[in-house]
Design a protein around this ligand. Structure first.
Ligand code: TXA
Ligand code: MG
Length: 310
């Protein structure tokens, strides 16, 4: 697919952000839909384009840890430790918001989510614009996150303004699932969403001082159904069960990467989209083991399989 919206031109992207446009940015996790986090009108456009409830806060993306002081009123010790070890990378810390951070960004909360994404193109863009970029995943609210520029174009292309906005094409996102979110204001710190950095690694960095939100993630307004394709998603524990179910379920196929968690995460969202492109009725997903990236994959699959609100 070619479209005037898709580009690799960082000058055009920086110019768009300065003019109050939105730019879809590649990150190591998923594509984000970014705007200048100090520009209320631009941030409001993100919500309109996504169809996202206004009280769902956005993550502010930074070029480096040095910029945290511009956004956080204080930096809890746990956040300092995690940021030093994991930035740039797939880790978002929730910290007390600084004065002047827009309510549009924080959803009116007294905290703000911050992360430095490990993608060379987007880091270069962040250096050029100098400030923070507010960005949720670049999908319509409730649907599957995009891991390629084509996914963004498919979901949002008709809603973007080619004279202002841009989809920055940085290739396929290497990790494929969103960042791990740690609430560092809570004592002890708490995992709000499993993601690209393993919970086990976060716990080790914090010397065990961490509580785990059991079950589906608490972030994103605590919705049970999210990241969902149109087809039914049915979860099973092993490949044998998947085969048996497939044999009795017309219009079904199996999603299974065995123990290869890196491949599972990398392919997950593309395969959920593919299931819809193929008009499958049912995707039978084999749950990976609950370790490392497996936590995030299980969380997303559980949400994809949850009953949908009408
Ligand atoms: O990997 C990622 O995190 C991607 C890329 C683009 O950076 N971003 C992403 O954003 O997944 P989004 O908006 O789709 O998910 C961010 C989650 C939301 O569920 C939001 O509610 C939560 O983070 N969040 C953001 N700020 C928060 C805050 N101050 N307190 C609690 N939750 C927060
Ligand atoms: Mg999202």
């Amino acid at each position: 697919m070619t479209s005037p919206l898709v580009s690799t031109d960082l000058d055009r992207a920086a110019d768009s952000l300065r003019r109050g446009g939105v730019v879809a940015i590649p990150t190591e996790t998923v594509y984000g839909l970014a705007a200048d986090a100090r520009n209320a009108a631009a941030v409001q456009r993100i919500f309109a384009i996504k169809g996202r409830p206004a009280d769902h806060p956005l993550i502010v993306h930074l070029a480096s840890a040095e910029q945290i002081v511009d956004w956080a009123a204080s930096v809890p010790e746990s956040a300092a430790v995690l940021v030093a070890a994991a930035w740039p990378g797939p880790l978002t810390v929730i910290v007390p918001r600084a004065d002047g951070v827009l309510d549009e960004v924080t959803g009116g909360h007294d905290t703000v989510g911050l992360r430095a994404p490990a993608h060379p193109m987007t880091l270069e863009l962040l250096e050029r614009v100098g400030g923070g970029l507010a960005a949720p995943s670049a999908n319509r609210f409730g649907s599957v996150s995009p891991t390629t520029a084509d996914h963004v174009l498919h979901d949002l292309g008709a809603l973007l303004d080619p004279s202002l906005d841009l989809i920055l094409d940085g290739g396929a996102c290497p990790i494929g699932v969103e960042s791990t979110i740690v609430d560092c204001v809570a004592t002890p710190p708490q995992i709000l969403r499993a993601g690209g950095i393993a919970i086990e690694d976060v716990r080790r960095l914090l010397d065990g001082d961490l509580t785990d939100a059991d079950g589906p993630s608490r972030a994103s307004g605590m919705l049970a159904s999210h990241y969902a394709p149109h087809c039914h998603v049915v979860l099973v524990d092993d490949a044998a069960r998947a085969s048996a179910l497939r044999a009795t379920t017309p219009g079904s196929d199996i999603l299974d990467f065995g123990d290869d968690l890196v491949a599972y995460a990398h392919e997950l969202y593309a395969r959920l989209r593919d299931a819809d492109d193929r008009h499958l009725d049912t995707l039978i997903a084999v749950l990976p083991p609950p370790a490392g990236l497996g936590h995030a994959i299980r969380d997303r699959l559980t949400k994809a399989a949850a009953p949908r609100p009408r």
